[in-house]
Design a protein around this ligand. Structure first.
Ligand code: FES
Length: 201
């Protein structure tokens, strides 16, 4: 692989900085810039939802934001990534998200998401809390269709955060409460359930 290919790959999984941490009411106007808070505002924000725009996210790209000091990954999955998830059903420990405390009810499916193409997850390994890294297809062998590797003890996760069989991590990555803004499908509010949980976001 050339240096240019490596750069391109890095760019696709670029950490787009956490531009917004704030209340639901701050929404779109707040997305463009980093905000500065007083001490008490910061304390309040620790428990507040994070509002983030995914309008610039292209298929195959991932961005990272913060919610309650935890890294939140927002991945726009390609049709190939979704197809790979179906193929992997028998290779992962909990393919249908039976462990209910790991995701809200509206993300309890093989894609672990509200919208199939948008995957939102807390990027912290369920073994001992390291943060897994993205590994693109073939990077971990001919059979590897892309996903995440926690280098600490070797746990692997697919593009739905499902842990592979035999990994030390006991369970899938955790999906936070979230919903899409009812008037703007590109606006995600992390930390709050949809008004009508289980129904459309
Ligand atoms: S912390 Fe991830 S495998 Fe141990």
């Amino acid at each position: 692989m050339s240096d240019q290919d490596v750069d391109l790959e890095r760019r696709r999984f670029l950490t787009i900085s956490t531009s917004v941490v704030g209340g639901v009411g701050m929404a779109a106007a707040s997305v463009a810039g980093i905000m500065y808070w007083t001490k008490s505002e910061r304390a309040l924000a620790l428990g507040a939802p994070t509002v983030v725009s995914i309008s610039r996210l292209k298929p195959g790209e991932q961005m990272v934001t913060l919610w309650r000091s935890q890294p939140i990954w927002l991945l726009k999955r390609t049709p190939e990534m979704l197809k790979e998830l179906v193929r992997l059903n028998s290779h992962v420990k909990d393919s249908m998200s039976d462990e209910s405390e790991l995701q809200p009810s509206y993300a309890k499916n093989q894609y672990r998401s509200i919208r199939e193409e948008i995957f939102i997850v807390i990027g912290i390994c369920t073994h001992l809390g390291c943060s897994p890294r993205h590994k693109k297809a073939k990077e971990l062998g001919a059979d590897w269709g892309g996903g995440y590797l926690c280098a600490c003890h070797g746990s692997k996760f697919d593009y739905a955060g499902r842990v592979f069989n035999g990994a030390p991590a006991p369970s899938n990555l955790k999906v936070p409460k979230h919903h899409f803004h009812p008037d703007n499908p590109n606006m995600v509010i992390i930390g709050v359930d949809p008004k009508d949980e289980g129904a459309k976001s």
